[in-house]
Design a binder for this molecule. Sequence first.
Ligand code: HEM
Length: 193
Amino acid sequence: MYGVIFDLLRSYVIERHGGRATWDALLDEAGIGYKVYFPVAQYPDEEIVKLATTASQMLKVPLTAVLEDFGKFVGPSLVTYYEMFVRPEWRTFEVLENASAKIHDAIHRYNPKRNPPELRATRIDDQHMKLTYQSDRKLCFVAKGIILGLSQKFGERIEVRETQCMHHGAQRCHFEITHHGDVSPQRRDEFWS
Ligand code: HEM
């Protein structure tokens, strides 16, 4: 997994869970010790799993909730970090439609060891979309959080239901996504303040 995800995990822990001391304690507790993650370098997938599992134990929060909350943080951050791949007029549905072919594939194009998640979005109508997710990493909770994080960033009221999951033996996770309209400008400002 690219270091950018580890770096975002570091920012997430520092911003949302007690600062630098918590991040250092987490690295220690996970048996990793002092380490700097470089965004474009690749690190073992097991390391992110170990960090997330340890964070869940330290925070006494279920792993699924930690992963989803991390996803909510990651969604808006990825749009900012990879601004060049995201058209300014896109909102949640457009990002989902382009996440595989235009975003993940572009990021991984020159990496022979690439293993990006497979995302397939099907728009049913203006309010409804279906999304399938497949990855050996089985990080569907992160995917759900990313969708919710994107909707907060774009000021949309979006509901996500996972109707089929790889953790229950399915080949792919299926999400049903409903757009319930936009949040008021005031609530949007609150999110960003
Ligand atoms: C601007 C939009 C996005 C950008 C720039 C982006 C970028 C990335 C990058 C760089 C990684 C690390 C991949 C690796 O190391 O192999 C990643 C992983 C991931 N992305 Fe995205 N992504 C975007 C949108 C999305 C969306 C919309 C979803 C799901 C709804 C998603 C789901 C995931 C998941 C679950 C992972 C963890 C790796 C895995 O499951 O295999 N991403 N993304």
